[in-house]
Design a protein around this ligand. Sequence first.
Ligand SMILES: Cc1cc2nc3c(=O)[nH]c(=O)nc-3n(C[C@H](O)[C@H](O)[C@H](O)COP(=O)(O)OP(=O)(O)OC[C@H]3O[C@@H](n4cnc5c(N)ncnc54)[C@H](O)[C@@H]3O)c2cc1C
Length: 398
Amino acid sequence: MAAVETFDTVVVGGGPAGATAATDLARRGRSVLLLDKAGRIKPCGGAIPPVAIRQFEIPDHMLVAKITGARMIAPSARQVDMPIDGGFVGMVDRGPFDEWLRERAEAAGATRRAGTFERLGRDDSGLSLVHYRPRDAAAGTSVSVRARTVIGADGAISQVGRQAVPGADQVPHVFAYHEIVESPASGVADFDPARCDVYYQGPLSPDFYAWIFPHGATTSIGTGSMRKGFALREAVAQLRRTTGLDACATIRHEGAPIPLHPLKRWDNGRDVLLAGDAAGVVAPASGEGIFYALTGGRLAAEAVDEALATGDARALALARKRFMKAHGRVFFILGLLQRFWYRSDWTRERFVGMCRDPDVQRLTWQAYMNKELVRAKPAAHVRIFFKDIASLCGLAHP
Ligand SMILES: Cc1cc2nc3c(=O)[nH]c(=O)nc-3n(C[C@H](O)[C@H](O)[C@H](O)COP(=O)(O)OP(=O)(O)OC[C@H]3O[C@@H](n4cnc5c(N)ncnc54)[C@H](O)[C@@H]3O)c2cc1C
């Protein structure tokens, strides 16, 4: 019988979180297996901020478009343009982007395999056993490897999480759906290849937003909602009809859940740690998850490396602690924003109205681009606060 292979870490899932964790651990000299299902492109709008490009060394050729502004559209169809002052949002296509991330992990020294994670077990010595079905293997074929640690980066509805971490099955989700279409020429149907359009309209989404995100030759048109039974496809069809983008050829359509709340625990106290969507870390209100998955993968690698070096499993909890220290406040504020401003067309109208304010625009872009709450201009914060209150009380024009 062949000896069972043993790895310092088995990373389940080769999206932004898993591929980053595998790269960082391999660079630290750890033996890593990166296991990914392969064959499916992650449904995603693909917008990433400059801080992600900088911190995770994303090369320019991965960016299929550079967005220089957003347009917010209110329930009344009023439009507010939010230009980015001197910067851009990068757009990636998840097929080639995720593959490039996995190749980087392999180049760093990780062993890469295509296969589907099935279950966790334990051998007689207490080490985790990861059972998976290799891609192209006959039905019923299962392979096992031993793992000193396991990183579950297998996305929303993580199987690793469900099997190992209490509470992992209780994350609230937005269900998102989008259609990838051939981009029209600039100016046709009011389309601008350098602008993201964001629709805050109840019929398109009763509690989130709908979007048109250009990706060079293609464009993502989508929507999301937490409401079970909301007709996402019909909403996208309506958005395409009203914008004239129903004339564009559809390349593919797909949907996926977006988790909107970090789990209370990311580890099992012993040898399993979750990262990215599996840990529930997508920003509320915006649905932004790529930067947080890259960051979660990096923090998971750090924590696992510390646990392996010291033999102290408590180090695994550092990943969540460090993440929440850096981003917990922003997640809390965005959660309030979503619950409050996205709940009716009346509040959405006022929310879009507020976005006309140059201070709101500047602070929003600075926070998004650099992932830091901007403290530099307290007077602007106070002004925005009073404008918020005035909007809410109906004292200011929406
Ligand atoms: C429609 C939509 C639009 C979005 N738009 C944006 C956006 O514009 N910008 C943004 O920042 N975020 C966006 N997000 C969120 C973003 O896509 C996720 O937050 C991000 O992909 C999370 O990365 P991850 O590595 O944690 O998980 P994933 O990207 O989901 O990767 C998980 C990986 O695990 C693998 N896997 C799953 N199960 C198994 C298994 N059993 N065995 C082996 N491998 C497995 C999958 O193949 C996949 O490669 C969007 C999400 C959706 C659904």
